[in-house]
Design a protein around this ligand. Structure first.
Ligand code: AMP
Length: 436
């Protein structure tokens, strides 16, 4: 489908051609006509999908076509909220590029730089304001910007804004906007928090979903082990030790699950740390530093926590539990694969997760290889210490849970010497190249 069939004006088509874009991306062909109709949109799309043009192009067209609502120059007509100043600057640049033949003014404001120059720019009048939430509220509080005539609101990378703790600021901004407006929410993933935000914000939204272009889903080796819930821990320990995996990112669905698995791995003699939303920034930083220097071999994370971390290109990613949102799977496995080397994404799937697996395979448009369970004798873990009391008594599960997969040639209940003996710790090869 060419850009010309999306209903964009000749000026915008010229600007698009000047950018060298020949055809719209999936999110663009879905979102542009919908936004031009004036509808609210909930879009699942991450960076790299062309999402910025998907909202910027139709917004420029709508604003150009209708008269200003507000009388004052201090009243912008459209507001784009972003989590970071880098993204704010990029989005503003896109508006400037796509709007090169329009008379609309775009301005960007964010924290960490002088307030006064921004105040002066705002005084000259602005149509599209791109901002990070905190600095925007400072300006609103000082009366240097008036948000009462906003016609279109965009929350860009809304999930990241929530991860970064901006929910209160976002709510304060929303309270300053007129009720009558068009709302566009872009988020790479849908957590319960995003759903809550979307429910309160969007009016009968069009739902648009796309996967990342050239996604890792097409290039990363992916495997599924069918294993019952109780056998997952032993299988994971076996895969890590037998495969000599030294830098493993493991995803669990819950914070509690992340804590518990991390404790169990530690009891098995595998250095592990958990990161999730309840951990302090200090604890997260320490865990990441340990993962970098090789003292933490396994990082157990929830989706949200992992997204806040700058980790990419790891050799091994494990889905200890499948995400219930298929796009999260794509996001997770996008972490694997070092430059020039292939990565491996392994999913441990129990019976209750078959439905999630089907949804994921539908999104990927292909089946993931199912690997037979290896034969091994599960390790008996030492009892939990009082500090990890929650897990006390669970070590027995190890034997029962995975009993089905036991190599019957081994005497049951007795771990082979190889498994019992700790491997000497080895620093991961070029670990710091993989984790920034
Ligand atoms: P975004 O997902 O908005 O961060 O965009 C990712 C990159 O894709 C940016 O460098 C855009 O300039 C580029 N891009 C956006 N739309 C298209 C398109 N239709 N064709 C080619 N490149 C595009």
């Amino acid at each position: 489908m060419p850009f010309a069939s999306l209903g964009l004006t000749a000026d915008l088509l010229r600007a698009i051609a000047a950018q060298g874009y020949t055809s719209p991306t999936s999110i663009q062909s879905q979102a542009i006509p919908t936004i031009l109709e004036g509808r609210d949109v909930l879009a699942g799309a991450q960076t790299g999908t062309g999402k910025t043009a998907a909202f910027a192009l139709p917004m420029l067209q709508l604003l150009e076509a209708r008269p200003r609502r507000g009388k004052s120059r201090l009243q912008p007509r459209a507001l784009v909220l972003t989590p970071t100043r880098e993204l704010a600057a990029q989005v503003a640049e896109s508006f400037l590029a796509y709007g090169e033949h329009s008379r609309l003014r775009t301005t960007v404001i964010f924290g960490g730089v002088g307030f006064e120059p921004q105040r002066q720019t705002l005084r000259r009048g602005v149509d599209v304001l791109v901002a990070t939430p905190g600095r925007l509220l400072d300006h609103a509080g000082q009366g240097t910007v008036d948000l009462s005539a906003i016609e279109i609101l965009v929350l860009d990378e809304a999930d990241r804004m929530l991860d970064m703790g901006f929910i209160h600021d976002i709510r304060k901004v929303l309270a300053l906007l007129p009720k009558e407006r068009q709302n566009l929410l872009f988020s790479a993933t849908y957590s319960a928090d995003i759903k809550r935000l979307a429910d309160g914000l969007l009016n009968n939204p069009a739902l648009i979903e796309v996967a990342r272009r050239n996604s890792a889903a097409e290039t990363v080796a992916q495997q599924v082990y069918r294993v019952d819930k109780a056998g997952k821990r032993d299988l994971l320990i076996h895969l890590i030790e037998d495969g000599q995996w030294f830098q493993v990112l493991v995803f669990t669905r819950t914070k509690h699950g992340a804590n518990r698995l991390s404790e169990q791995l530690q009891r098995a003699g595998i250095e592990a740390a958990a990161i999730h939303g309840n951990k302090s920034q200090g604890a997260r930083t320490r865990a990441l530093a340990g993962f970098k220097d090789g003292s933490v071999r396994v990082l157990v994370a929830t989706d949200i926590a992992a997204r806040g971390l700058d980790i990419e290109r790891l050799p091994h990613v494990v889905n200890y539990e499948l995400p219930n949102v298929p796009e999260d799977y794509v996001h997770r496995i996008g972490r694997t694969g070092r430059a020039g080397e292939s990565g491996l994404a392994v999913s441990l799937v129990d019976r209750e997760e078959q439905g999630f697996l089907k949804d994921i395979q539908r999104l990927l448009k292909r089946d993931i290889e199912v690997v037979p369970l290896p034969a091994f004798t599960p390790r008996k873990l030492p009892a939990a210490t009082p500090a990890s009391g929650r897990d006390a008594g669970e070590s027995g599960n190890a034997r029962h849970g995975a009993g089905r997969h036991r190599n019957n040639a081994q005497p049951q209940g007795e771990a082979p010497a190889r498994a019992r003996k700790r491997r000497p710790r080895r620093r991961p090869r070029q670990a710091s190249d993989n984790v920034r």
